[in-house]
Design a protein around this ligand. Structure first.
Ligand SMILES: [Zn+2]
Length: 272
């Protein structure tokens, strides 16, 4: 794997951090679109980042999948989904979502869905995704399948914004984030039982500590399920499939799910 030089920006706690639905960060600060060379110079135009958290900027951020996917326009994303032969169905209207789609049969052999019955999912807003995050989920599915995961349960992808004007939004109002809470494995061929990894039950995290990397404490207790769940998160982090990955380490609002997000126009990523 390409060795990345990390420039960590440790950010202090901001008193002005606004309260958010489900405790997720507010706009962490969109940086102007700039190239890696400009980023390396570390001068003028450093990303306007506010709030708590510890974001990381890799010199090669512009080549990461999360950056490339987030920068696509609707046509380019649909063309890429088609090139990958993904089964996406277009959604007629989802204000705030650039390229709204449904993926009722999943992508890459993994179904991403809410717990609602299939007939409700066909019209539920929470099962609407922006096409761009579907590309990231497709990449992630290869890692998930290696863990025998065939289904990922989510609380929601899209959450319609209260003031959606039709302009593309970010995070859940833009269909650019999912809240994943359970990973269901293939049925055992003999018993037929389907094991699952549940974020609330199995993450066994350490609030405040990094979830991945050399400074990450192991899960306590270090159960097989906890280790596998950690692998699932950290393999995706290593591949830079998402811009933001918030785990139970982040805050109490994330004790039962992983918030995974593509954020357009930022040079950093955040894994907490
Ligand atoms: Zn979320």
């Amino acid at each position: 794997m390409r060795r990345a030089v990390l420039i960590s920006l440790a950010l202090g706690l901001a008193a002005a951090w606004p309260a958010r639905a489900q405790g997720e960060p507010a706009a962490i600060g969109a940086a102007p679109r700039r190239g890696p060379a400009a980023q390396r110079s570390g001068r003028k135009g450093a990303p306007a980042i506010r709030g708590r958290g510890r974001v990381t900027i890799h010199p090669d951020w512009a080549t990461h999948p999360a950056t490339r996917y987030a920068a696509l326009d609707a046509d380019a994303c649909r063309a890429e989904a088609s090139r990958r032969s993904l089964e996406v169905t277009a959604v007629e209207s989802a204000p705030g979502v650039l390229a709204p789609v449904r993926i009722p049969n999943g992508v890459g052999g993994v179904v991403f869905r809410t717990a609602a019955p299939a007939h409700q999912r066909a019209s539920s807003p929470f099962d609407v995704f922006d096409c761009r995050i579907v590309l990231a989920l497709h990449d992630w599915s290869a890692l998930l399948r290696a863990h025998d995961v065939e289904e990922v349960l989510i609380f929601s992808a899209w959450r319609p914004g209260r003031h959606a004007s039709g302009a593309p939004e970010r995070r859940h109002p833009g269909g650019l984030a999912i809240d994943a809470y359970r990973f269901v494995k293939r049925a055992d061929p003999i018993s037929g039982a389907r094991a699952s990894l549940d974020v609330d039950r199995d993450f066994h995290g350490t609030p405040g500590a990094p979830p991945c990397g050399p400074g990450a404490p192991p899960p306590r207790p270090e159960s097989i399920e906890a280790r596998e769940l950690r692998s699932i998160v950290c393999e995706a982090a290593d591949q830079h499939l998402f811009t933001v990955m918030l785990t139970p380490h982040y805050d109490r609002h994330h004790k039962n799910h992983l918030h995974l997000e593509l954020t357009p126009d930022v040079p950093w990523h955040l894994v907490r």
